[in-house]
Design a protein. Structure first.
Length: 141
């Protein structure tokens, strides 16, 4: 079994910034030379999430609206009181969505659907530099 790891570094705007990272993950899968296996995509940080979505304005808007209902961006969080900051909602959104996802590698390519894109969501209350660790493992070509 082969293992290959690389990173994606990007800048975000915060405030539920949603970025399509599918092409970068696909590039890393191709570079790994793994033919059949899995790829794990892990966002580092406690205010990010990795998920999938049809990356189009309507779905992005719907996701933001749903998160605003579940974990609104306000100051009513114990985390804010404890640390004197204002991003308790960002930590909660990250915990609910999760910071990592694993996808199949099929015939040397990322095995996702036509309308399924891999996204990074940054929930923090300010722009940030973000890192995504992509680990590919499986049988080489």
């Amino acid at each position: 079994m082969a293992t290959f790891q690389d990173k994606i570094e990007l800048r975000t705007k915060g405030h539920t910034d949603v970025l399509d990272i599918t092409a970068e993950v696909g590039r890393i899968v191709t570079a790994s030379k793994v033919r059949t296996g899995m790829v794990n995509v892990s966002g580092t940080g406690s205010t990010v999430a990795i998920s999938t979505l049809e990356y189009e304005p309507g779905c992005i808007s719907d996701l933001r609206r749903a998160l605003d209902l579940i974990a609104p961006a306000n100051s009513n969080y114990a985390h804010n009181a404890r640390w004197g900051d204002d991003n308790g909602y960002a930590h909660l959104r990250s915990a609910l969505m999760g910071t990592a996802k694993t996808f199949p590698v099929c015939e040397g390519r990322l095995g996702i659907g036509t309308w399924q894109q891999i996204i990074l969501c940054d929930f923090d209350d300010r722009p940030r530099g973000r890192e995504v660790i992509v680990t590919v493992f499986g049988d080489p070509q």
